[in-house]
Ligand binder design. Structure first.
Ligand SMILES: [Zn+2]
Length: 115
């Protein structure tokens, strides 16, 4: 669970990501707030045909794109979420720890950057 909500401007969020991961977005990593799995933007590319986008890494746990046989969060043992799980930060439970404020006034929830 997120311990602290942080809000960034989009520009500051980009600066922070570049400082940590460099210019190649595929290298940017995000940590799922539910199961703690860390996945890079690049890892989502192979799931493009299933609807994954480069933005998926900041708001979806990669378990959403794994085969149904993968036992994910909520499917059997609720107290021991499988990792990676199938959490999405835009669903009913909005638990992403970061908020990114865009110049047009909109705000998106984002997973925190991973290690
Ligand atoms: Zn997860």
């Amino acid at each position: 669970m997120p311990d602290e909500i942080k809000t960034f401007t989009h520009a500051d969020w980009l600066d922070l990501g570049r400082a940590r991961f460099g210019e190649n977005f595929d290298d940017w990593r995000f940590v799922c707030p539910i199961c703690g799995n860390v996945a890079s933007i690049g890892e989502f590319r192979r799931f493009k045909e299933q609807g994954a986008t480069p933005e998926s890494a900041a708001s979806e746990c990669i378990g959403r794109y794994l085969p149904k046989s993968h036992k994910a969060f909520g499917t059997d043992e609720p107290n021991t979420p499988k990792k990676p799980c199938n959490y999405a930060g835009y669903g009913l439970l909005r638990l992403s720890p970061w908020r990114v404020a865009f110049p047009d006034g909109t705000e998106r929830h984002s997973f925190a950057f991973g290690e």
